[in-house]
Design a protein around this ligand. Structure first.
Ligand SMILES: Cc1cc2nc3c(=O)[nH]c(=O)nc-3n(C[C@H](O)[C@H](O)[C@H](O)COP(=O)(O)OP(=O)(O)OC[C@H]3O[C@@H](n4cnc5c(N)ncnc54)[C@H](O)[C@@H]3O)c2cc1C
Length: 537
């Protein structure tokens, strides 16, 4: 059957693209390889039947801040956001906590107690973000170069210190924290949030990442969908289907068909053909699009060459626990956080990230973690806790920086040994944690990729977020927008600008590009027809 557009992959970006195209009146078919929609935004009960665990991603500040996702009014399709008492916590080995609370005066008061002066400095940073944050996020989420958002950001920069603030944004996160604060809590929060991407904490770009995630936490929180992450993508799918869009699961696209340089449809692994009248949008990792789905002859040699330079982000090991009680923190936080970070210090965090970049399995992994029942009590029976933690590991392991027990082969035994190392990190902060575990699931790089082909080797962001592969260098220099060398084919996954995270921007940018080109084609086609007829005469 023929559709105006075919979307390959029902991740958040594919579903955003599909919803935008259906709103424009196009007929849309989404083809998803897995038996379930949602990509890396899914939840399940396979750890323990009484517990909901998010299979991959969990907290969605970027979705909550995204005008695109807000515009879909997903609440009408069952989505309800919920928040933990505090956004984020970072327990230290000395028994105190760095806490980010959605009420900035509470965050500031806690910092002030620990280090006089830091509270006021925090409120000043928040005030600067109030001026510039919206415009900055808009610029980052639109195609590069961001014309409208960019002009608005430039206009607002003067009010927050002009070039000095630009320098702040470009600084490594460690410098950003040291210039403004004396105590350790603000730096732990900023650096931990920068660690959500794979940018070294002493490299440019980490400051912007840390500041953006922290200030999003401060302003919109780290909300989660009530009932599980999957409720977000289910709401997107429900909206799409209510408007006539179609989704087929358990259907892997094996090939994008190209005729005269234009994408005309796809062929599935079962050999079925689907024609696309106007566009094919690929919510797949760039390596799959250029390496597998397109015939080598449909891609210019230069693109093949440049794809050799495409860099994945590191691998990931994620552990989920079902606990029969709350996490037994040695020292209780002043407000219960939904997300928590595990690292003794910024130095330890940086060492772990550097070890991963150097191919070493970290000895003391820096972990992002969450108390999901604290955030959303529907996730497990009253009094219990649904917990997760993930950390990064090398794509190619040279050595284990720890006790040598982890080989980096990531078979089940290797991943379990590393999960023990991760669990021991929490046990130190919460003695008795292990005795509360009633079920545990370890998803190493292989298990992640088996559940979602975009997570190659456990890479969670569709390619490194380091500066050299961002903006107009994403996925490769010369292809910094959704357009591909094949007409009518658009890259709409996290491999496209602005990269990973659940904000829907790559999907939206791809859908907008498809609509714009179709409009231009509509104008040019009569002219082309006249030219063709003239040539024939
Ligand atoms: C463990 C983990 C934790 C994360 N935590 C967070 C978080 O807390 N907050 C946040 O904002 N982001 C987080 N992220 C990142 C975020 O989930 C991703 O950036 C986002 O899901 C990317 O969306 P996408 O639509 O581009 O791709 P995906 O979500 O990966 O979806 C791609 C879809 O395409 C399908 N597909 C691939 N190839 C084919 C094919 N050939 N045919 C048909 N279908 C195909 C896949 O099965 C998949 O369903 C996390 C990711 C992971 C893995």
């Amino acid at each position: 059957m023929t559709h105006d557009a075919i979307v390959i992959g029902a991740g958040p970006n594919g579903l955003v693209a599909a919803n935008h195209l259906i709103d424009a009146g196009w007929s849309v078919l989404v083809l998803e390889e897995q038996p379930e929609i949602g990509g890396a935004v899914r939840s399940d009960r396979s750890v323990h039947p009484d517990f909901v665990h998010d299979t991959f991603s969990t907290f969605y500040p970027l979705a909550a801040a995204s005008r695109t996702i807000q515009g879909f009014r997903l609440e009408e399709h069952g989505l309800r956001w919920t928040h933990a008492p505090a956004v984020l916590g970072h327990p230290t080995p000395y028994g105190d906590w760095a806490i980010l609370h959605r009420d900035r005066t509470i965050t500031a008061a806690l910092m002030e107690e620990q280090q006089p002066g830091d509270g006021e400095a925090w409120l000043e940073l928040c005030a600067a973000w109030d001026e510039i944050g919206d415009a900055l996020i808009t610029s980052l989420l639109t195609p590069f170069p961001p014309v409208r958002g960019g002009v608005s950001t430039l206009a607002k920069l003067r009010r927050v210190g002009g070039l000095d603030f630009v320098k702040t944004l470009l600084s490594p996160v460690v410098d950003l924290a040291d210039v403004r604060f004396t105590g350790s809590s603000p730096g732990l929060l900023l650096a931990g949030n920068a660690g959500h991407a794979d940018i070294p904490l002493d490299a440019p770009g980490s400051g912007l990442m840390g500041l953006m995630m922290t200030m999003l936490g401060q302003t919109v929180g780290f909300p989660v969908p009530e009932g599980g992450a999957g409720m977000l993508t289910r709401a997107m799918a429900s909206r799409l289907e209510s408007l006539g869009g179609q989704i087929e699961t358990s259907t892997r696209v094996a090939h994008v068909e190209v005729v005269d340089g234009r994408a005309v449809g796809v062929r599935t692994a079962d050999g079925e053909r689907h024609e696309a009248r106007r566009a094919v949008i690929a919510d797949v990792i760039a390596t799959q699009l250029y390496g597998d789905l397109l015939a080598p002859s449909d891609v210019p040699a230069k693109i093949h060459e440049r794809m050799q330079g495409f860099r994945l982000d590191p691998g990931t090991v994620k552990v989920d626990w079902a606990l029969d009680g709350p996490i037994p923190w040695a020292s209780r936080p002043p407000h219960d956080p939904g997300t928590f970070h595990v690292a003794d210090s910024r130095l330890e965090m940086n060492v772990a990230l550097q070890q991963v970049h150097a191919g070493h399995v970290p000895a003391q992994p820096f972990m992002l973690a969450g108390q999901m029942s604290t955030t959303d009590p529907t996730r497990s029976p009253a009094g219990t806790e649904s917990v997760w933690a993930y950390t990064h590991v090398p794509q190619k392991t040279v050595a284990d920086a720890g006790d040598g027990s982890v080989r980096g082969t990531w078979d089940a035994a290797d991943a379990e040994r590393f999960a023990d190392r991760m669990q021991a990190r929490i046990e130190r902060l919460a003695p008795g944690f292990g005795s509360r575990v009633i079920a545990r699931r370890v998803l190493g790089p292989r298990e992640l990729e088996a559940r979602n082909a975009n997570l190659v080797g456990g890479a969670i962001n569709g390619g490194t977020s380091q500066l050299q592969q961002e903006l107009f260098f994403r996925p490769i220099p010369g292809l910094g927008r959704s357009e591909t060398p094949v007409r009518g084919l658009y890259l709409g996954s996290a491999s496209a600008h602005p990269g990973g995270g659940v904000h829907g921007a790559p999907g939206m940018n791809a859908a907008r590009a498809a609509l714009a080109h179709h409009r231009v084609d509509g104008v040019l086609e009569p002219v082309r027809g006249v030219a063709r007829r003239a040539l024939r005469r």
